[in-house]
Design a protein around this ligand. Sequence first.
Ligand code: AMP
Ligand code: MG
Length: 403
Amino acid sequence: MALLPVADALKRILESAATLETEDVDLLHARGRTLAAPVVSKLDNPPFDASAMDGYAVHAEDVANVPAHLTVIGEAGAGRPFGGTLKNGEAVRIFTGGQLPAGADAVVIQENVDAAGAAITVRETAKTGANIRPQGEDFRTGETLLEPGRLLTARDVLIGASCGHGKLPVVRKPVVAILSTGDELVLPGTPLGPGQISSSNAYGLAAVIEAAGGEARILGIARDTMASLEECIAASDGADILVTSGGASVGDHDLVRPALEKAGAKLEFYKIAMRPGKPLFFGLRAAAGKTQYCIGLPGNPVSSMICARVFLVPLIGRLLGRETAFEAVEAVLAEPLAANGPRQHYMRGLLDTSAAPPRVTPFKNQDSGLIKSLQRADCLVVIPANAPAQDAGTPVQVLKLDI
Ligand code: AMP
Ligand code: MG
């Protein structure tokens, strides 16, 4: 099978997926979720003409000439409206957020009033509408306040709560099962025996998945046997996505692809023209009554994380009905670069945005075994397949690392 270009692989993954169902979520848990339907206000805000200040509700014409002498006939506090109607010569003591009494059309602030019991003297004039927040000034019943596809922010939650909704409709989180494979792997934190390494991928991937809006489910470590792989793959039934790491090349112990196919996964592709990350399996599998997307990532931690950002994050985004563009920046090479081979290269590097244009320095050693260089990098420089050698100053495409 020929190596599939990265863009084609991503396109095929995205074309295979559609937005998941909608569920209502409590406002308390809405932030970070993806809105599934428009949020339409059930209320006017403010719901009534309200005072913006502490002071006195009056007829504006009564205070057109000052000093003006008025009689206080009652009080309107927040949540405690004054039931009556103001006649000329009368005032109602009012507080911020209080409902404007019938008959009143202005509020004079208390700093401009001398009070002696029920008798007050207003020293400054106030025009009609002064210090009043009119009903519906902010938003109105029936107004669409939030559009679907939004990643809900704290501010979105605030407006949802303000406009009469106790819950918000969001897209169900895709459940992403993560399966690590390899006889050499032990849980992070466990002392290493001979030939063993720390199984880091599952935790790095779980963090990527959660940040992308998915729900990560760690299935554990499958041994390099068909039986162990089959058992672990079966444990993923019900998950929307199954992500495996390792066992993805063609060595004797690389059984993941055969095991996935044996479990019913229909292969879409399994080799891409990408570095790091040539062995990348993608297939669809019917499990527990729904389509499960199976992505086989390389075992190498750097490769698996970069492939997860390039393919898995957009797939999660598609299931959520959300765009997850990898922010691309134009930059120039700070140093010359050798010719590239036949695979699109995602080079770890550092971006200097204080320069104009921004300058990027790919690390000298791009060995995909170097986890620290991924951790230290702040960007990936994308060098197309078969690109010739490039001089310093050549414009390149740079992806800012956001994982
Ligand atoms: P494989 O594709 O299974 O040959 O794995 C390629 C490399 O990645 C090997 O050096 C593995 O030890 C390593 N590797 C595989 N899975 C993991 C994992 N979950 N965490 C850390 N390293 C891994
Ligand atoms: Mg392995």
